[in-house]
Design a protein around this ligand. Structure first.
Ligand code: GLV
Length: 320
């Protein structure tokens, strides 16, 4: 019997590719840049399985070009790049990679919270520009996290892992989500708040909602105005959750103190983009889950989902 065929859209951890090769013939776009759409549309025609990244738009057009496709294994916890309804109409299973990246992503959110509140980008630029002439008691003052209030917008696995860390640092933690998390309220003392009061009370606002029609530009002009002038905004969720033009204005006019962004709209940002240029905005290239172990686990989980579906077993982490 012919082996099923799988398409992998990028260079990923080789051990995951080798594992998949034991179960399927594999075509891989083995490069660091995204596969051109035309090539993917051509290659998908033969595929029983697709290992996709968040950079691929898995829409009706792509699915229509894939008559044999049984699974889209998205190598990310977010899957806003996949038209799940279109996949369901075609009986294509969609999986993501929850759980394996939680701690790594929470660590990185903390790194951005610390970098923003202690003005790391500005400080590095200060030295690089040759301005470091003497120790100065009033130079580059930031805020302490101990005793500060962190506002988590969204409360999934990653936000909860950030809450645990923030609690250990002595922060007060507010959260806003669709449902209450009573256990964490009791165990960690996290406090539920409506979005406007969370924005008004927090010294740091950290975003943890998936991108959807409801969360697109959730943080815009009026939300930024609700934040304290001394507060910082951190985004490790999806760029589209923030209205970027409103954020540029807020940062330029100092209606908030600063931002740290792992994700942006659009993605990537060019080097001359105002958010990249501003001293009070730190931008990194969507790397919250980028530890060696975690990226290997994500690739392996995506492959395990494919193997399960190709072997007519239930997928490990379906999105629905
Ligand atoms: C990365 O952004 C992910 O969703 O895993």
């Amino acid at each position: 019997m012919n082996k099923p065929h799988a398409v992998i859209t990028r260079r990923i951890a080789p051990e995951a590719v080798h594992l998949l090769q034991q179960h399927a013939s594999v075509w891989q776009w083995n490069a660091s840049d995204p596969v051109p759409r035309a090539i993917l549309l051509e290659r998908i025609g033969e595929a029983d399985a697709l290992l996709a990244l968040l950079t691929e738009r898995v829409d009706d057009e792509l699915l229509a070009a894939a008559p044999r496709l049984r699974i889209v294994a998205n190598m990310a916890v977010g899957y806003d790049n996949v038209d799940v309804a279109a996949a369901r109409r075609r009986s294509v299973i969609v999986t993501n990679t929850p759980g394996v990246l939680t701690e790594t992503s929470a660590e990185f959110a903390l790194a951005l919270i610390m970098a923003a509140t202690r003005r790391l980008k500005e400080a590095m630029r200060w030295v690089e520009r040759g301005h470091w002439t003497a120790w100065d008691p009033l130079l580059l003052l930031g805020i302490d996290l101990t005793g500060a209030t962190l506002g988590l917008v969204g409360y999934g696995r990653i936000a909860a892992a950030v809450a645990r860390r923030a609690h250990a640092l002595g922060m007060r933690v507010l959260y806003h989500a669709r449902s209450r998390h009573i256990e964490d309220e009791e165990r960690l003392g996290v406090e539920y708040a409506e979005l406007p009061s969370l924005l008004a009370l927090s010294d740091v606002v950290s975003l943890h909602v998936p991108l959807s029609r409801e969360t697109y530009h959730l943080i815009g002009e009026s939300e930024l105005r609700l934040m304290k002038r001394s507060a910082f905004l951190v985004n490790t969720a999806r760029g589209g959750v923030i209205d970027p033009d409103a954020l540029v204005r807020a940062l330029r006019e100092s209606t908030i103190a600063g931002a740290a962004l792992d994700v942006t709209e659009p993605e990537p940002l060019t080097a001359d983009h105002p958010l990249v240029q501003l001293d009070n905005c730190l931008v990194v290239p969507h790397i919250a889950s980028a530890s060696i172990a975690t990226r290997t686990r994500m690739a392996t989980l995506a492959v395990e989902n494919i193997i399960a579906v190709l072997s007519r077993r239930a997928p490990l982490t379906p999105v629905l």
